[in-house]
Write a protein that binds this ligand. Structure first.
Ligand code: KG4
Ligand code: ZN
Length: 337
């Protein structure tokens, strides 16, 4: 890998319901970030509506880009390259960011760097401290639950992943059963603080693999809520939130422990929106101590979708020679390579 001094990258992210632009120096130093979230728009529907998300990205993208440059007090001439989330995500949403990135790359003759969304979540940690290899990344978001081993920058090996629902998706669905607004994950997390894990729920996919499964746990919570209603028992929401959270977190922790043990991991990082979860953060810290492994969890602002992580990942992707020409396309199901 070639080293280059002071590389300023403009990152763009639009894979779901956040339109974001960010300028980052050398993959580690955030200069300016703007995030426009559509949460308030989608919560009335109980989840992200793809067509509505695309329309709002169209409305927001130019404003977000202009605001970001203004905040950084920079012009496009000072930008060395443009990093863009090409997938996975909602195809209509992805395409808006991609077209903006391609237009800027063409107009200002800058290299275009395609970034996988999950690589972005992982590299959110490089804004905190340098990576050490071999590292294990636990990726927990609304669309992903994966264990990824890295032996060097941009050398990813997927050890396992979810067979059905992602953990964030499960949090949001369970939160809905409890009557919490979308996105319910953070609200459920808060509610669980006042509860006790009194309800019995199954530990998902308690097996020898590195895989996860959350649809059975989701169904168990839905059934439990229905049964309590039929018996005219009042559902203790705090306790149900605490019971669900205990089992969901236990499931990811046990597979992470196994991956550390079997792959001689010395550095553990957590990435994705669910990394904002209080119990998971605490349990990961405990696991690090127990197994003598260094742990990195990004600050809350880097956990959920943002372009800072895309610009950070873009730097390492560039050093690895990963640039694209203007024929680059978005893909909703991109695999991390
Ligand atoms: O990474 P992200 O912003 O979007 C995806 O790429 O999917 O993750 C969003 C997910 C949502 O499911 C949201 O409910 C969940 O992260 N989340 C949380 C918490 N904060 C966000 N889940 C549990 N506890 C939290 N504190
Ligand atoms: Zn994400």
């Amino acid at each position: 890998m070639k080293e280059k001094k002071d590389m300023i990258i403009l990152g763009i992210e639009s894979s779901c319901d956040e339109t974001s632009a960010s300028i980052v120096k050398n993959g580690t130093e955030e200069i300016a970030t703007v995030i426009s979230s559509q949460i308030d728009i989608h919560k009335d529907y109980g989840g992200v509506v793809p067509e509505i998300a695309s329309r709002h990205h169209v409305k927001n993208i130019t404003i977000v880009l202009e605001e970001c440059l203004e905040k950084a007090n920079m012009t496009m001439d000072e930008i060395d390259a443009i990093a863009i989330t090409y997938g996975p995500g909602l195809i209509g949403s992805l395409l808006i960011g991609l077209e903006a990135a391609k237009t800027l790359a063409y107009l200002y003759q800058k290299p275009l760097i395609p970034v996988h969304h999950i690589a972005g979540h992982i590299y959110a940690n490089s804004l905190v401290r340098p990576f050490k290899f071999p590292l294990l990344a636990l990726v927990v978001s609304g669309g992903h639950t994966e264990l990824i081993e890295m032996t060097d920058h941009y050398k990813f090996k997927k050890l396992g992943g979810t067979l059905d629902d992602a953990i964030g998706e499960c949090y949001d669905k369970v939160a809905r059963v409890i009557g919490l607004e979308y996105p319910g994950g953070p609200k459920l997390d808060k509610l669980a603080k006042n509860g006790k894990p009194t309800y019995k729920l199954p530990i998902p996919l308690h097996d020898d693999s590195y895989n996860f499964s959350f649809s059975g746990l989701k169904s168990a919570v839905i059934n439990l809520a229905h049964n309590e209603e039929q018996r005219e028992h009042e559902l203790n929401k705090e306790n149900l939130a605490a019971s669900f959270q205990k089992v969901a977190v236990e499931s990811v922790i046990s597979k992470t422990r196994k991956a550390i043990e079997e792959n001689k991991i010395k550095y553990l990082i957590v990435a994705g929106g669910v990394a904002a979860n209080q119990i998971l953060r605490k349990e990961i810290e405990n696991l690090g101590e127990e197994m003598n492994v260094e742990v990195s969890i990004p600050p809350m602002k880097y956990c959920t979708d943002n372009a800072t992580m895309i610009a950070a990942a873009g730097y390492y992707a560039y050093l690895d020679g990963r640039t694209a020409d203007l024929s680059l396309n978005s893909t909703s199901t991109a695999t991390l390579k």
